[in-house]
Design a protein around this ligand. Structure first.
Ligand code: ATP
Ligand code: MG
Length: 395
C-alpha cells in the first residue's frame, strides 16, 4: 500500500538570492512550525530548496489544511520516503502505478544529488520501463492520468503522485508592517489577506461611532481580524472612538462633503497611529469607482492629507472578484452580517464625487480638528486578536 509518510514542501523558484533567500526560508520554516505547533510528533527538516515534515502518524488531512494557510509555500506533496536506491525507487513507482486506476502515466524526476549514478532522464526511463513491463499503463507525457514524481536527494528519495498548490506569496512578516483601515465590510479583510500575501505584517485600525454603532458591529470587526490573523499568527487592532469628530464634521461640512472629510480624518489618524506603531505604510480596501469616495478625484483629495504611502491591493479588482476571494478565505459570511458601520450611520444623500481640496480645507478650517485627532489617537483601545479556533481574545 502507498505509504505517504513525509510532506515535501516546495517554495518555488525564488528570484531572491543570498541573504534574502536565507531569510525567506528561515521565516517560512518558522511559520510552518508555528502553524503545526499542536502536533508534537512531527519532525521538520529543511534544505536549501525544500522543507520536509515527517508525519509520524499525524493526520494528513489536518496537516494539509494547515499548510494551505501558510504564505510562501508554492506547492506541497505527501510523499513516500525511501532510500536513494534505484531498485527501491523502481519498485515504489511500480507499486504506485499498480495501485492507481490510471490508464496513462508520466514520470517526472528531479535529481538533486548529482552523484546518483543515473541522471533524471535515466531514472525516468528506468522507472517507466518497469511500469510498462508489469502493467497495462501507457505513457502520455502531455495529459497523463498519473504523474509520478521522484525527488532524489543524497540519502533519501521522495516519491508522490500528487501536488497540492500552496498559497504562494512571501512568508508572513518578512516585509515590514502596514496599518490597514479595517471596516466590517467585504473589502478590507480581503485587502488584509492580499497584503499578507506579500509578506507584509498587517495591523488594523477601526473607527467606531458609539452609540450609533453597536458592540455587535465592533465584535464583527474583531471576528474578521481574528479570521485573517491565522495567516500571521495574531493581529493587533486599534479601535478609535470616532463619534465626536464625526459629529463635528457634519456640523462643519454638511451633507456633500461629509464623507470626504470623514475619510481625510481617518487617513490622518491612521498615519499618526502608524508612525507610533512602526508601520511603514497604510492599507485600505478601496477599489476605484466602487462608491463616491473612491473616484480618482476622491482618492486624490483624501490621500493628500498624509505623506505616508497608501497600499490599496484591491484598487483595480471588480467587486465580484473581491467577493470570490472573501468566500475563499472565509470572511464573506461574517462581512455581510447587517450591522451598522460608522459610514452608513451618517450616509449622506448626495456625496460629492469630485471633491475639491480648497473646499475640503475651508470646511476643515471651521473647527479644531487637530485636537480632536489627538484625542482619537490618545484614547484608542488596542487589542491583540488570535485565530478564532483558539477562541481567546486577549488584551
Ligand atoms: P469594505 O467592504 O471594506 O467596508 P466598502 O466598499 O464598504 O469597503 P468604504 O466603506 O468606502 O468601502 O471603505 C473603503 C475603505 O475604507 C475600506 O475598505 C476600509 O479600508 C476603510 N474603512 C471604511 N470604513 C472604515 C471604518 N469604520 N474603520 C476602518 N476603516 C474603514
Ligand atoms: Mg465599508
Amino acid at each position: 500500500m502507498v505509504n505517504y509518510d513525509t510532506v515535501l514542501i516546495r517554495f518555488g523558484e525564488l528570484s531572491t538570492k543570498g541573504k534574502n533567500r536565507k531569510d525567506f526560508i528561515r521565516k517560512l520554516f518558522d511559520n510552518i512550525r508555528y502553524m503545526l505547533r499542536d502536533y508534537p510528533d512531527l519532525k521538520f527538516q529543511k534544505t536549501h530548496d525544500r522543507i520536509y515534515i515527517r508525519l509520524n502518524g499525524a493526520d494528513p488531512g489536518e496537516i494539509r489544511e494547515k499548510l494551505g494557510k501558510v504564505f510562501g509555500i508554492s506547492s506541497f506533496s505527501f510523499t513516500e520516503k525511501i532510500n536513494s536506491d534505484l531498485e527501491e525507487i523502481q519498485n515504489t513507482c511500480l507499486r504506485i502505478a499498480q495501485e492507481s486506476d490510471a490508464k496513462t502515466f508520466k514520470m517526472i524526476t528531479r535529481r538533486h544529488d548529482k552523484t546518483f549514478p543515473l541522471n533524471s532522464d535515466g531514472i525516468n526511463r528506468a522507472c517507466a520501463g518497469v511500469i510498462l513491463k508489469n502493467t497495462d499503463l501507457k505513457v502520455d507525457v502531455h495529459d497523463p492520468d498519473l504523474a509520478i514524481q521522484v525527488e532524489v536527494q543524497k540519502e533519501n528519495t521522495y516519491i508522490t503522485s500528487e501536488k497540492i498548490p500552496g498559497l504562494g506569496g512571501y512568508p508572513a512578516g518578512i516585509n515590514g508592517k502596514c496599518l490597514l483601515l479595517l471596516s466590517g465590510g467585504i473589502d478590507s479583510p480581503v485587502a488584509a489577506f492580499e497584503l499578507m500575501k506579500r509578506g507584509i505584517e498587517v495591523e488594523a485600525i477601526h473607527y467606531a461611532s458609539p452609540p450609533y454603532t453597536s458592540d455587535q458591529a465592533k465584535q464583527k470587526v474583531l471576528d474578521l481580524a481574528s479570521m485573517v490573523s491565522v495567516y500571521q499568527r495574531q493581529m493587533k487592532v486599534h479601535l478609535i472612538e470616532f463619534t465626536d469628530l464625526q459629529l463635528e464634521i457634519y456640523k462643519a461640512a454638511g451633507d456633500p462633503y461629509a464623507v470626504t472629510l470623514m475619510r481625510r480624518m481617518m487617513y490622518r489618524i491612521a498615519e499618526r497611529v502608524a508612525r507610533e506603531q512602526g508601520c511603514i505604510v497604510i492599507g485600505t480596501g478601496e477599489s476605484v469607482g466602487q462608491v463616491a469616495s473612491q473616484t480618482l478625484e476622491s482618492i486624490a483629495c483624501i490621500n493628500e492629507t498624509i505623506s505616508m504611502p497608501v497600499l490599496r491591493p484591491l484598487v483595480c479588482m471588480d467587486k465580484i472578484e473581491i467577493i470570490d476571494l472573501a468566500r475563499k478565505i472565509g470572511t464573506y459570511e461574517t462581512s455581510i452580517l447587517p450591522f451598522e458601520d460608522c459610514c452608513t450611520i451618517f450616509d449622506p444623500k448626495n456625496p460629492v464625487t469630485k471633491p475639491n481640496s480648497e473646499k475640503a480645507e475651508a470646511f476643515e478650517a471651521k473647527f479644531d480638528y487637530e485636537t480632536m485627532i489627538d484625542t482619537c489617537v490618545n484614547t484608542r483601545t488596542t487589542l491583540t486578536v488570535v485565530p478564532q479556533e483558539n477562541k481567546e481574545l486577549f488584551l
